[in-house]
Ligand binder design. Structure first.
Ligand SMILES: [Zn+2]
Length: 277
């Protein structure tokens, strides 16, 4: 079964983040990604309230780690491990297994050096998580939307090869944006899933994390997250929904539309269930 939900609270939700599970269940959804893009600010008491509400309403929680983490920056190794430690501790309070982590900038370094620094950061952060009592955490490494960022599918898969606690977070909107609109449609999506399955094995691939939204792009790739109602947005969800159903994926799919992410996640679920199963 694929789970669907939004990234953070959408613009039509009025209330506390800890109370959002009931609203998501009313909208037919069963996942929620807690946004810590600007830092881990939720405390233990709020996290435990959100966890109770999520359990009551059948919502699986995941956590997006801060955007300012750059795995590839060797000078920020200690700081990045600390940010990931804070994110992991929050995920533990929430009962959330999955933490999404951005690959980060290449910063003018040769990409190979950036990849080696990223590997060191990820492995050290996983060791810290285990030492602090969170051995089952999954770091979901995200494919990125800008051309000069690390985070192609192959780069993500290379890092995922470092250990069982690493999974890809395939952001199909980002892949569309970094390809300047070329990555689109059934064949393109299928090539990514086949790549995942051949590198990670079918069972692990089918458990991958997915981000989906329409994204506008410029010369350097990603420029803006759109909504499904915006004109000219891509990529199209339907061929991907069909492939995920045909290949038996059990992913969590998080919609990152800019403001209408709950409504758009519900629409994605409707297309998946009515048109593809
Ligand atoms: Zn992200």
């Amino acid at each position: 079964m694929i789970r669907f939900g939004p990234a953070g609270c959408d613009e039509s939700y009025i209330g506390k983040v800890t109370d959002i599970p009931a609203y998501l269940a009313e909208n037919g959804l069963d996942a929620f990604e807690v946004q810590c893009g600007h830092g881990v600010r939720m405390g233990e008491a709020a996290a435990k309230t959100l966890r109770r509400n999520a359990e009551e309403h059948g919502i699986a929680l995941s956590v997006h780690s801060p955007y300012f983490i750059s795995l590839s920056n060797p000078e920020r190794l200690v700081a990045n491990i600390e940010y990931l430690r804070q994110t992991t501790r929050l995920a533990g309070w929430l009962g959330a297994e999955r933490i999404v982590v951005h690959m980060g900038a290449a910063r003018g370094l040769p990409r190979r050096e950036g990849m080696e620094a990223s590997a060191r950061t990820v492995l050290a952060a996983l060791d810290t998580a285990k030492a602090e009592g969170w051995p089952n955490v999954l770091f979901c490494l995200e494919t990125m939307g800008k051309v000069n960022q690390l985070g192609t599918v192959d780069e993500v898969l290379e890092l995922c090869g470092l250990g069982e606690n690493l999974l890809p977070c395939i952001d199909f909107g980002h892949l569309y944006a970094r390809s300047l609109g070329v990555f689109e449609g059934r064949d393109a999506f299928a090539s990514v899933l086949i790549n995942l399955e051949s590198v990670l094995g079918t069972e692990r691939a089918k458990n991958c994390h997915i981000h989906f939204s329409h994204i506008a792009y410029g010369r350097g790739g990603e420029s803006k997250h759109q909504t499904f109602a915006d004109e000219g947005g891509g990529p199209d969800w339907t061929p991907l929904a069909r492939l995920l159903a045909e290949r038996g994926y059990r992913s969590t799919v998080i919609c990152e539309s800019g403001g209408t992410q709950t409504r758009d996640a519900a629409e994605m679920k409707r297309i998946y269930r009515e048109g593809c199963l």
